[in-house]
Design a protein around this ligand. Sequence first.
Ligand code: FAD
Length: 291
Amino acid sequence: MKIAPLFKEKTVFSFEIFPPKKTASIETIYNTLEALQDLKPDFISVTFGAGGSGNGENTLAIARRLQEHYGITPMAHLPCIHYTKDQIDTILKQFQENGIENVLALRGDRVEGIAPAKDFLHASDLIAYIRSKGNFDIAAACYPECHPEAPNLDTDIRYLKEKVNAGAGHLITQLFFDNDIFYDFRYRAARTGINVPIEAGIMPVTNRKQIERMVTMCGASLPRKFTKMVQRFEDNPAALQDAGIAYAIDQIVDLVTDGVDGIHLYTMNNPYVARKISEAVGGIISAAKKC
Ligand code: FAD
């Protein structure tokens, strides 16, 4: 099932999961899927390492499992910077043959020591290519606090418009902890003529290490309310997890009240956290249904 039409009917609620590390068995993620399946998200997206060393076998296997075993619509991520056209052709063919209709088209991060393949320099190149290839529903990433390599947010949004023009039918944001930043970004995107649905990416923060990693990786601003929470509970992992879940719920309630197109929950493969949040916000997300 294609995802984009869902946004016309409802406030979309989706999850992100990632394949296990190379050293771990694929079975570990299947336990996570088992624990997530009855939450009935509108779709689950599956990440894909950008290194160019594999062909996304695990991403494909998990996406297939979601669809065939649990009847949950999958979205496969696809980063392109380290892949040649031939490799992308092979991956897309595999997606098509396995009934994977939804792709999150990404440039991916440059991996140190591996030269970019140069066939696709930006996500917009990949989006246009996928569009020319087959019948996929294509989504793209966006950055309310500006992509770290972009000189400023207006420039980044201009490139985002190119992704939409190339064929991205909906957007998913990088995580953020301050909803006002998202609202400002959404306004600027609309002003630039971006009129596709934008799903808000929400990451429930449940431990201190995760926060440090996230901030280093994506530079998300941390509001005072958030840093106070972390400082207060950092030595009590159970309390910090509860507080992180409550913070994410609070963000989601505000976003849904404001009419957000969708919520994409970065589950970090943690079914307990995903369940707590889904149970808390499921009712308001259904109530926000579009007529
Ligand atoms: P682009 O849209 O190509 O943008 C990258 C940079 O180039 C930006 O600074 C942009 O302003 C600039 N730019 C864009 N177009 C042009 C142009 N025409 N000319 C000049 N500059 C331009 N990474 C993975 O490896 N695997 C994943 O599964 C994955 N999943 C993700 C899911 C989400 C929701 C998000 C938000 C990110 C994800 N990432 C993933 C990370 C992503 O690959 C990185 O953030 C990467 O650095 C940028 O990817 P992009 O698709 O946004 O790139």
